[in-house]
Each structure stands twice: as structure tokens, then as C-alpha cells.
Design a protein around this ligand. Structure first.
Ligand SMILES: [Zn+2]
Ligand SMILES: [Zn+2]
Length: 280
């Protein structure tokens, strides 16, 4: 058993290292987290992906490095007993991913469920890659949104034990890049809320949108309000890719969640449990 966290403790449930597409080592991230007053740090590098999706291994922990990844994480944890560190992965959902995810995430305590990829694994595209906007130009933002929500709901329905669904409205990433949706998103938001509620998923309140020019959290306030009304629990994460962003905006996110009606967030603990931590 672990001691309950003090209300409002700083927790970062979504972080990356240089093993995937981040910059820092586990050690550098741990030090940055301690300096930021962090109580619980969840490491969530992108899990190994099929070669069709990441031919150069740019964004993921490649399969041959999974053991070194775990070893480096253990070393940082041992060096920082003052910080509760939890081993996890951010898992891309795509049709048929389940067997790969199970094999490659063996030993991880927390899996984030994410949809960054639309389509089949050998015939799809990233929706959050500003260097290649082909899918946005071909389909237009409204159709990207529709297909995204469809994929997101299928990810919620997956038998994989996703602890939380990361950055739930990721298509907002391109809102200020000329690809804002022109349709009313409320019906799609309602679909997402029903999927999360019916499948018992948590969703993430992510501070990354502020660093990506979105001008809002993921999810946007209208969607967060709906999740709250439906009783869908939240986790909070920075999605930091550099040590300086560890725990970025977490306190402000707590205040934002409170304002939306949340009184607690959910936190994975080192003993394998999930704790409901009061915001105040
Ligand atoms: Zn992500
Ligand atoms: Zn991430």
C-alpha cells in the first residue's frame, strides 16, 4: 500500500524521453520533475509501431531497445527515491494493434490510449504531423474529425487496458494551422463522451495544447464540461518532450478542471492502484 497523496499534489501522467521522440533521458526528466515539485511521474514513451507507420523509427522506442529502455528507467527510479516513478507507454491505436501492443508493452503499469493515425496501418496517415498535411488537404478538417471520432471510439472499445485516453480532441492541433472544423462539433463530442462513459475509460486533460499553438487544453472546454457531466474521470499530463516542460501547467490545469466541475483527478500509484486525488 502507498500513502494517499496530499490534495492537489503535482502529478504528470504523460511524458517522453529521447528513447521515443523526446529530448531528455529518464534521469534528466526525473531531475526536472523533482525540481518542479512533482509527486508522481509517469513515463510514457511511444510504443514500438509497425514499420508501415514509422519506417525510420523516428517517433517510437524501437523493439530492440525495449530492454535498454526499461533498464534506464529502473536506474533513474533507483536514483530518485524521493519521486514516485511509474513505467508506462503511450500506445497508438490502429485497427488490429492489440497483439502488438500486448507483446511490446509487457511489464508496463500504465498504457495511454492515443489516436494519432487515421486509416489502416499500411494505408493511413498521421494527423498531428505539421510537416505533412496531406490528409488534412485531401479530406478536409470536418472529415478528419469524423474519422478521428470513429477511430477514437474504437480505441475506447478495444480490449487493451488503456489507463487513460490521451489528448482526446487531438484534431484541434491543426485548428490554428488553417484546418479548423467548420461543422458544429457538439454531436461528435457527445459521441466521444458516450463512448468513454460506456467503456469505463478515463480521459486526459493535457496541457500540451498551450505549447502547440492550440490556445486551449486538450480537450477543449466544451468537451471537458461534457466529460464532467457524464462522470468520466480525468488524468492530467503535460505530454512533455523536453525536460523543461515536465509538469508544465499542471497547477493551472487543476484550477481549470475545478472550474469545469471536477473535484478530483485519478492518479496511478506505484503499488498498481489508481487513486482519486482531491484537487484541493
Ligand atoms: Zn500523443
Ligand atoms: Zn505523448
Amino acid at each position: 500500500m502507498v500513502e494517499p497523496l496530499a490534495p492537489g499534489s503535482i502529478v504528470d501522467t504523460h511524458t517522453h524521453t529521447r528513447f521515443s521522440d523526446g529530448v531528455g533521458t529518464f534521469e534528466e526528466n526525473a531531475r526536472a520533475a523533482v525540481a518542479a515539485g512533482c509527486s508522481v511521474l509517469v513515463s510514457t514513451d511511444h510504443l514500438t509501431l509497425p514499420s508501415e507507420m514509422d519506417p525510420a523509427g523516428d517517433v517510437q522506442v524501437i523493439e530492440s531497445e525495449l530492454v535498454a529502455h526499461r533498464t534506464a528507467w529502473e536506474a533513474a527510479r533507483t536514483a530518485h527515491p524521493e519521486l514516485e516513478m511509474i513505467y508506462g507507454f503511450e500506445c497508438d491505436w490502429y485497427p488490429g494493434c492489440e497483439e502488438n501492443v500486448r507483446r511490446w508493452s509487457d511489464g508496463a503499469q500504465v498504457l495511454l490510449g492515443s489516436v494519432h493515425w487515421l486509416g489502416e496501418k499500411d494505408d493511413g496517415a498521421w494527423i498531428d504531423d505539421a510537416s505533412d498535411m496531406t490528409i488534412w488537404r485531401e479530406l478536409g478538417p470536418d472529415e478528419v474529425w469524423r474519422r478521428y471520432v470513429d477511430a477514437w471510439c474504437r480505441a475506447c472499445e478495444s480490449p487493451l487496458p488503456f489507463g487513460t485516453m490521451a489528448h482526446p480532441d487531438l484534431p484541434e492541433r491543426m485548428r490554428n494551422e488553417g484546418f479548423a472544423a467548420t461543422i458544429d462539433l457538439a454531436p461528435l463530442w457527445d459521441e466521444m463522451v458516450a463512448c468513454a462513459r460506456d467503456t469505463g475509460r478515463r480521459v486526459e486533460l493535457s496541457t500540451a495544447g498551450w505549447r502547440k499553438g492550440v490556445g486551449d487544453y486538450y480537450p477543449a472546454r466544451g468537451l471537458l464540461d461534457r466529460f464532467c457531466r457524464a462522470g468520466v474521470p480525468i488524468t492530467v499530463g503535460s505530454d512533455a518532450h523536453v525536460p523543461a516542460d515536465l509538469c508544465d501547467g499542471i497547477r493551472e490545469a487543476y484550477a481549470h478542471a475545478w472550474d469545469a466541475g471536477y473535484r478530483a483527478i485519478e492518479v496511478p500509484r506505484a503499488d498498481g492502484s489508481w487513486e482519486s486525488m482531491p484537487l484541493q
